[in-house]
Ligand binder design. Structure first.
Ligand SMILES: Cc1cc2nc3c(=O)[nH]c(=O)nc-3n(C[C@H](O)[C@H](O)[C@H](O)COP(=O)(O)O)c2cc1C
Length: 318
């Protein structure tokens, strides 16, 4: 089955499975364990105009169904990314999506401008939803006016396809998504992590150095699906879905909820080659659920398209 995905502004993926930002570094970290060339895309770790040092340790805390992290977007800055990391990514097949971050609208704009037109950069993911930094980050993704302002500013300085990443930590993700669409984004990516907290009972304090952290992994999958399902009915631009994906069946759920492609994060810490497995298994999973193409599955569970109620009368036996 043809797994190619065609997205706005000429962004074409060989298949719908991409690495989620911050969980795959800049690529080389995983190259021993993962067939990188088989991936549809890689969203790199968040990149800011200047280097950021991140939050105090501990930065990672395991929970029964996922991970709490408080990395705080540590990164070497856009110049080092271009000089040291982009050459590696250029040698590989996946589309390179640069996740961009800033403390101010101007900082987002500066990093987007610096990346515009560079060989090997295929799209930008504007992260307005990181829960782990004090200024900027999630605050932009919690207010429709600010989400509009950042997206609009980035749109002004780049011809690259832009996806803007939604925070689940809001009352109405739909309102934020609509503001992002109105500001000229080509796609929505959803979702970032949910704000959480763990207690270190031996030290009698919150476990993470940053006190709160972002929850990812299987625990957040139902939240991600709910948000994608709602947003898909409210915007006309494609959605890139993520949040707890661990199998090809999970990918099918995200497609049916309205995602056109997906990103996979936390599960790769446990099973580094899981994205390769998912890509190999996806055609069979789609076929066994009656889909003849990937595109058929996109939005198949949305109202008006879903097959519920079933065609045949249901009977109940007592
Ligand atoms: C350790 C870690 C670092 C992350 N860093 C970023 C980041 O730099 N930028 C970003 O947009 N999202 C970041 N995320 C969020 C992921 O890209 C993804 O949205 C989230 O983890 C949900 O997917 P998952 O459950 O498959 O991991 C990070 C997640 C983790 C676990």
């Amino acid at each position: 089955m043809d797994l190619r995905v065609v997205l706005p502004r000429g962004l074409e993926l060989s298949n719908p499975v991409m690495a989620a930002s911050g969980t795959f570094g800049f690529g080389p970290e995983y190259s021993q364990f993962v067939n990188i060339d088989a991936l549809g895309g890689i969203s790199v770790k968040g990149v800011s105009p200047e280097p950021w040092t991140g939050n105090p340790p501990p930065r990672i805390w395991e929970t029964p169904m996922g991970l709490l992290n408080s990395i705080g977007l540590q990164n070497p800055g856009v110049d080092v990314f271009i000089e040291k990391d982009l050459p590696f990514l250029r040698q590989h097949q996946p589309r390179v999506i640069v996740n961009i971050i800033g403390h101010t609208v101007d900082e987002y704009q500066r990093v987007a401008e610096r990346l515009n037109g560079l060989d090997g950069v295929h799209a930008l993911e504007v992260n307005i939803s990181c829960p782990n930094i004090k200024e900027g980050g999630m605050s932009f993704g919690q207010d429709p006016d600010q989400a509009y302002a950042v997206t609009h500013a980035v749109r002004q300085v780049t011809n690259l396809p832009i996806m803007v990443k939604l925070s689940p930590n809001v009352t109405s993700p739909v309102m934020i998504a609509q503001a992002i669409e109105a500001a000229g984004a080509d796609m929505i990516s959803a979702i970032n992590t949910l704000v959480g907290l763990a207690i270190d009972i031996d030290h009698r304090r919150p476990a993470l150095g940053g006190i709160t952290g972002g929850l990812s992994g299987p625990a957040i999958k139902p939240v991600a699906l709910r948000i994608i399902y709602e947003v898909a009915q409210a915007v006309h631009i494609p959605i890139i879905g993520m949040g707890g994906i661990a199998s090809a069946t999970d990918v099918l759920e995200f497609l049916m909820a309205g995602a056109s492609a997906v990103m996979v994060g936390t599960i790769t810490f446990q099973f580094p080659d899981r994205m390769n497995q998912i890509i190999n298994e996806l055609p069979q999973v789609l076929e066994s659920h009656g889909f003849t193409s990937l595109q058929d599955a996109v939005g198949a569970a949305l109202p008006g398209k879903s097959m519920w109620p079933p065609q045949e009368e249901m009977t109940y036996e007592s």
